[in-house]
Design a protein around this ligand. Sequence first.
Ligand code: URA
Length: 448
Amino acid sequence: MRMYDIIVDKRNGKELTQEQIAWAVAGYTGGSIPDYQVAAWLMAIYFQGMTERETAWLTDAMAASGELIDLAAIPGIKVDKHSTGGVGDKTTLIVGPIVAACGVPVAKMSGRGLGHTGGTVDKLEAIPGFQTVLPKEEFCRIVREVGIAVIGQSGNIAPADKKLYALRDVTGTVENISLIASSIMSKKIAAGADAIVLDVKTGRGAFMETLEGSLSLAKAMVAIGEKVGRKTIALVTDMDEPLGAAVGNALEVEEAAATLRGRGPEDLQQVCLELAANMLLLAGKGGGHIDGCREMARQALTDGRAFAKLKQMVAAQGGDPSYLEESGSFPAAPLILPVKARISGYVTAIDALAIGNASAVLGAGRLRKEDDIDHRAGLILKKKIGQWVEEGQVLAELHTAAADKGEEGSRLVARAIGIGPAKPQLPLLIHSRVTAAGVEKLAQETGT
Ligand code: URA
């Protein structure tokens, strides 16, 4: 086989064979095919697209390029959850314990934040003592005994994707639905999930800004899941404004714990309950009906079992669960600065991308993978879209260690929040649910 022919076939719009795709991926990962040929191939894919079959074969080849995690030692159907990335997205910390409290094992590998988006591993590391690196046997033991464990993703999961993503990043070939979908799904499949619930974000702070793009991505990932024998459901949820009020690591852990104590923001609670219900459905709970699963998830949240599960997991992974008992327990940032409204009116927009960038500037995020983060840093939104604010009232509270970061963060946050005389239409929180059977519109509004 020659890489040249594979490039030309794709350039001419031909469907590639499974053998061609597997050969190209293995060759690139092993170092026998050079960057320049794979860059040309990616550009041909970018313009010609891939069929559903090709996308599934690419996913398989990337998943098979490294370690395949075997979760067979954990009894039960293991359902994974993945978010395409957002601002204030602390859903794993809430959804995982809800699902585990309902008897479904959660063996989750999560990532770190980069750019304007946060990552679950960084959030968990804000809890003093919490270990996100565990030997595989210990990880499986905790899942078996507690029902849930969350660790950082092993370095050898889908190495082909790591190499291809780095090349896409510098060759203008990131924004292709087949390439994004196969990249995400290859890692989920290699991580050993039996079934997968995807939270595909849409809006300003999301990877896909338009609803149309997010729906296409959701459909592509569900199709891959079905083709490779993993039941998959995708929810398309709003990321025009941040989810909940807290953005930043310790602040988000506090908000997640508060949500599990029944004191969380309405929008965050709604998205988490819907994600949890869909995970329970894929695990065969609730009599196989989504409404039964919704009820199960709500019960586990309201009766405190999910909160108890989070504390058990934190203790099992070396963390101190006493920090979760009440808000304000975590070490505070040295500076807490208000951003005030310059006029009275309705909050008409809270640009999630700009808020995510502001949080990174305050110290909560990293611009490069090797940057350090300040777990105390971030911000708390005091108003959400649709709420009335008086001139001089606090719109957001910024947490940071340095005055210059605070000044830049204040400028970014002030610019990110729009205020106007007319009450805006509230953003739709959960747009749709995509399954193998098709797209169902859910159209749940935010609870503002
Ligand atoms: N996230 C991934 O893991 N891969 C992509 O291609 C895009 C977002």
